[in-house]
Design a protein around this ligand. Structure first.
Ligand SMILES: NC(=O)c1ccc[n+]([C@@H]2O[C@H](COP(=O)([O-])OP(=O)(O)OC[C@H]3O[C@@H](n4cnc5c(N)ncnc54)[C@H](OP(=O)(O)O)[C@@H]3O)[C@@H](O)[C@H]2O)c1
Length: 338
C-alpha cells in the first residue's frame, strides 16, 4: 500500500473541554516538495496548551486554525526527500508542520538536529519552545534573587520544571505546585525543589502557608483559577508575577470574574505577561546555557510520549485535564536515533 499523509483536522470548534468528535483523521497523498523545500517524515509532534486557543476561533496573538484545516503543531522529523541544497535524505530537523505524519516545508525554515548532542525530541521540550519560555519569564520578568521564594505552578510540566530548576540554580528557594502525589514527589525529589504543594490536596491555602513561611517573591503563573487565587494574597511587597499561561481557564465558555488587583498597587507588584515568540533573540543564549546542563544531567526533564497520530486528540484532551506528566509528545513514526 502506498504511504499516505495521515492528518488530524479540525472538524468543529470545541465548546468547553474538547471531545474526540471535534477532530477528524484523514489519509491524503504525500505532499510534493517544491523548489527549495523538503519532505519531512515526522517522528515527534509536540502537543502544547496554546493549541486550545488556536482551535477556539478567537483571534488573539495568532490566527485561529480554520474548520477542515490541519491542527497547528511543531514537529521533529527526518528528511525523506530534499529539493534544498543544504538538506539530504536522512538528516534530522525541527520545523515540520502540523498534526500530520508528513509535511513539505521550506528548507530555509528548518533547524538541523544532531542526535549525538541531545535526544531529538528535546527540541520540542527542554531545548525548545517550553524551555525558552521558562528562561524568558525568569530573565525578563521574574528576575529571582538568592534566598527569595519562587513559586511555580504546573511545576512538573514542560515549562514549570525548567523554570523551577533555573530559579534554584540562581539560589532562590523554589516551591512547586502540581496535581497529585506522583507529580509532587517528582518535583520535590527528582527536580530538587524545596517543597511541592498538591493543588488537588485538602487545603491549598494552609499548605502554601506551610511551604512559604516568608511569603512569595516571584510567582511563575502557568495555571490561573483556584491556584492563582491562593498564591496571589501571599505575594510579598515588590513581588513579581510572571503571567505565562492560565491553562485551567482555557476551556471556560465565558471569562471568570478576576481577582481584585487593588493589592497590585498597595504591594507595588509587577504583573507582566509575555509571549515567548517575541523573544526569539534569547534562544542562542538559552541553548548555550541549557544544552550542556541537559547533556550533563544537571537540568532534568521528563517526557510523556504517546504512540501514533491517531491518539493525538485524546492526548491533547488529557493535557487540558492535567493528566499528562512531563512534556507531551506524540510519536509519529520510528525514531532510528533511539
Ligand atoms: N507565554 C508563552 O509564551 C507560553 C509558552 C509556552 C507555554 N505557555 C503556558 O505555560 C503553561 C504550561 O505549559 P506546558 O507546555 O509546560 O504544559 P504542561 O505543564 O506540560 O502541561 C499542562 C499542565 O497544566 C496543569 N493543568 C492543566 N489543567 C489544569 C487545571 N484545570 N488546574 C490546574 N492545573 C492544570 C497540569 O499540571 P498539574 O496536574 O501539575 O496541575 C498539566 O499537566 C500553560 O499555561 C501554557 O499555556 C505560555
Amino acid at each position: 500500500m502506498a504511504e499516505t499523509n495521515r492528518r488530524v483536522l479540525l472538524q468543529r470548534r470545541p465548546e468547553g473541554m474538547p471531545v474526540p468528535e471535534d477532530f477528524t483523521i484523514v489519509d491524503d497523498p504525500l505532499p510534493e516538495p517544491g523548489d527549495g523545500q523538503v519532505l519531512l517524515r515526522g517522528i515527534y509532534l509536540s502537543l502544547d496548551p496554546y493549541m486550545r486557543g488556536r482551535i477556539s476561533g478567537v483571534r488573539s496573538y495568532a490566527s485561529p486554525v480554520g474548520i477542515g484545516e490541519v491542527i497547528e503543531g511543531r514537529v521533529v522529523g527526518r528528511v525523506a526527500h530534499s529539493r534544498h541544497p543544504d538538506w539530504r535524505e536522512g538528516d534530522y530537523a525541527f520545523g515540520g508542520q502540523g498534526w500530520q505524519t508528513h509535511s513539505a516545508v521550506d528548507g530555509a525554515g528548518l533547524t538541523r538536529l544532531d542526535p549525538a548532542a541531545a535526544p531529538i525530541s528535546t527540541a520540542l521540550g527542554i531545548l525548545g519552545m517550553p524551555g525558552l519560555t521558562a528562561y524568558v519569564g525568569l530573565k525578563t520578568i521574574g528576575r529571582p534573587k538568592a534566598r527569595e521564594t519562587v513559586v511555580i505552578s504546573a511545576a512538573s510540566g514542560a515549562v514549570g520544571a525548567v523554570a523551577g530548576q533555573l530559579a534554584g540554580r540562581l539560589g532562590a528557594r523554589v516551591v512547586g505546585i502540581a496535581g497529585g502525589a506522583d507529580k509532587c514527589g517528582y518535583v520535590a525529589g527528582e527536580l530538587g525543589f524545596a517543597a511541592c504543594v498538591d493543588h488537588r490536596g485538602r487545603d491549598l491555602d494552609a499548605e502554601l502557608d506551610a511551604a512559604c513561611p516568608e511569603g512569595i517573591d516571584v510567582y511563575f503563573e502557568n495555571v490561573g483559577g483556584a491556584v492563582q487565587a491562593a498564591v496571589y494574597p501571599r505575594l510579598n511587597d515588590f513581588g513579581r508575577m510572571i503571567m505565562c499561561g492560565m491553562i485551567s481557564e482555557y476551556n471556560d465558555p465565558t471569562p471568570r470574574p478576576g481577582p481584585s488587583l487593588v493589592a497590585a498597587v498597595r504591594k507595588r507588584l509587577h504583573i507582566q505577561g509575555f509571549i515567548v515568540g517575541d523573544h526569539a533573540a534569547l534562544r542562542p543564549e538559552y541553548l548555550a546555557m541549557a544544552a550542556p546542563l541537559v547533556q550533563a544531567g544537571q537540568l532534568k526533564y521528563r517526557e510523556d510520549i504517546v504512540d501514533g497520530i491517531d491518539n493525538a486528540p485524546a492526548a491533547f484532551i488529557r493535557l487540558l485535564e492535567g493528566r499528562n506528566f512531563g512534556k507531551l509528545i506524540v510519536k509519529l513514526g520510528d525514531d532510528p536515533t533511539r
